[in-house]
Structures are given as C-alpha cells and as structure tokens.
Design a protein around this ligand. Structure first.
Ligand code: SF4
Ligand code: SF4
Length: 281
C-alpha cells in the first residue's frame, strides 16, 4: 500500500484533474484505489468524476460554554481570548461568539469560578462515494467555519483505519503550504507537484518543493496545460531542487472538453504517472 499526495502550491493548476485521472487509470489497471479529496474548503473531485457522495459522519470541534450562574463578571475570559470570541462589558456577563471560538481552552483555564466548560459545534463532514472503479473520500468544511484542519485531521484518521484495504491512496490536497496541506501530506509516502507554466505556477511550485524537502517526502513534478516553449520557467525552478519535469499534460481542446464533460483525462502522461506510482519507473 502506498499513499501519494497530489499537491502543487498554486490553486487552479489542475491538481484535481490529474488526481482523478490517475486514480481512474490505476483502477483500470486492476488496483484498489482510494481517492481522498482533502481540499476541505472547496472539494470537487466528486464533481469531476460525477460521483454522488453520501455523508458518512459529521466533524465536530470543541467550543466553550458558560454557566452564567457561576459567573462573577470578572472579565478575565475575554482578556485571554486571542480570537475575540468573548466580549465582556464591565459589570455584565460575557457575550460569546461561537463562530470565533477555536477551542483553545484559555478561557476555561483562566476562569476563577469554573463557569466555563465544553460544548461542541459541527465544523464539517466526511462524505464517501464510488465511481470509475475508484472509492472516494471527500472532506468538506461548513460554510463560514474558519478551521479546516480539523476536517482534514478526521479524514487522515479514516485513511489510517482503512488503508490496508487499498493498493493505492491518492491524497488530493488544497492549494498552498498551510496547515491543512501539511497535515494531508503528513500521511503520504511520496507526492506529485502539479503546476502550470506561468510565473505564479513556478513561484508556488518552489514553495511546495521546499515544504516537501523539509518533510523528507520524495516527489515528482507534473506540468499541466503544457505548451511547447513555455515550460523553461518550470525547468529552471525545479532544477534548484535537484528535480526535472517528470510529465507534461498538454493544453488541448480534447482535454478541456473531457474536463468540462466530467470525463477523466486520458493521456500518455497520466499512464506514465500511474506507472511511477506502481513503481515501474
Ligand atoms: S476556547 Fe479559546 S477561542 Fe474559544 S472562547 Fe475560550 S479562549 Fe476564546
Ligand atoms: S472568567 Fe469566568 S467568572 Fe470571569 S467573566 Fe469569564 S466566565 Fe465570568
């Protein structure tokens, strides 16, 4: 069993397009594949594969709750809350804004009268589905909730519990190099960095290369929407990290049409990536 991250730094480079295409290619080769959509803010692998997902569990975060009968209006809880989730006007009971609370616990520790304890709120959900011979696990953050790491952490727990059922698990991360991406890559044995031949793509690719090297995760680089003569910028960037461009998926009308119609991309580069994951390259 091998877990491969599909990442890349910049948003909109086609990580999900490549992840879904490679998952389908591996399934066609008779492999048991789990595709994990870890872009909790904006999951779309199910849309690309036309999979109807079913919610399998909600994801909760702890938040503070008050027993105002015990409160002496001292205001200490508001002073320690770095998220400005508590407002105390002198002499009156605290007002709590649950959306702002990240469950850090500072107010619970600080309260001299034990007026604050724990409650929980729903911050997201995990969905599952299946299509094209691929099992899909998809995490999704509630609208207006700010902390997606909790949902990603729940998905990582599910991967840890289910991983022996699969030959390959593909982890399609969010864009960027923030905590969600680090948590998702933390379960991976290797990664594919998907980029585009633009200055923005090259810049953000450099950031994700640095992160992967720091995490000691081996990786290969895929240029999506490749056009002849436009990839020098990517070659120059990856050579700084001792890498070369491993595969190129062209900018073509056929691929764009398939993408629009929910048909997984077919191309020799996708076959090459699948062969690399299988260990035959
Ligand atoms: S648990 Fe932390 S974030 Fe939530 S209200 Fe208390 S101090 Fe603020
Ligand atoms: S710290 Fe405790 S006692 Fe003081 S205002 Fe907050 S809830 Fe009330």
């Amino acid at each position: 069993m091998k877990i491969i991250g599909i990442t890349g730094g910049k948003g909109g480079t086609g990580k999900s397009t490549i992840a879904t295409a490679v998952a389908v290619e591996l399934a066609k080769r008779g492999k048991k594949v789990l595709l994990c959509d870890m872009d909790a803010d904006c999951p779309n692998d199910h849309l690309l594969l036309g999979i109807k997902r079913k919610q399998t569990c909600e994801v909760f975060q702890r938040i503070a709750k008050w027993d105002l009968d015990k409160c002496d209006n001292c205001g200490k809880c508001a002073k320690v809350c770095r998220n400005n989730a508590i407002v105390c006007v002198a002499g009156s009971t605290p007002m709590f804004m649950a959306k702002q609370c990240n469950g850090c616990g500072a107010c619970v520790i600080e309260c001299p009268t034990d007026a604050i304890s724990w409650d929980k709120k729903v911050v997201g959900a995990i969905y599952k589905g299946r299509g094209f011979g691929v099992d899909l696990l998809s995490c999704e953050l509630e609208i207006s909730e700010p902390v997606s790491e909790i949902v990603v952490a729940k998905a990582c727990e599910i991967i840890a519990a289910d991983k022996e059922q699969y030959d390959y698990i593909l982890v399609d991360t969010a864009a960027g190099t923030h905590c969600d991406v680090i948590a998702a890559l933390g379960v991976c044995d290797a990664a594919l960095c998907v980029t585009e031949p633009t200055p923005l793509g090259a810049h953000d690719l450099g950031l994700i290369c640095k992160l992967l090297l720091r995490m000691n995760i081996d990786f290969e680089v895929v240029v999506n929407r490749y056009e002849a003569g436009r990839d020098e910028i990517i070659d120059a960037r990856v050579s700084k990290y001792g890498k070369h461009v491993f595969a190129k998926v062209p900018y073509s009308k056929k691929i764009m049409t398939d993408y629009s119609n929910g048909v997984p991309v077919k191309h020799k580069s996708i076959e090459k990536i699948a062969a690399w994951i299988e260990g035959s390259i």
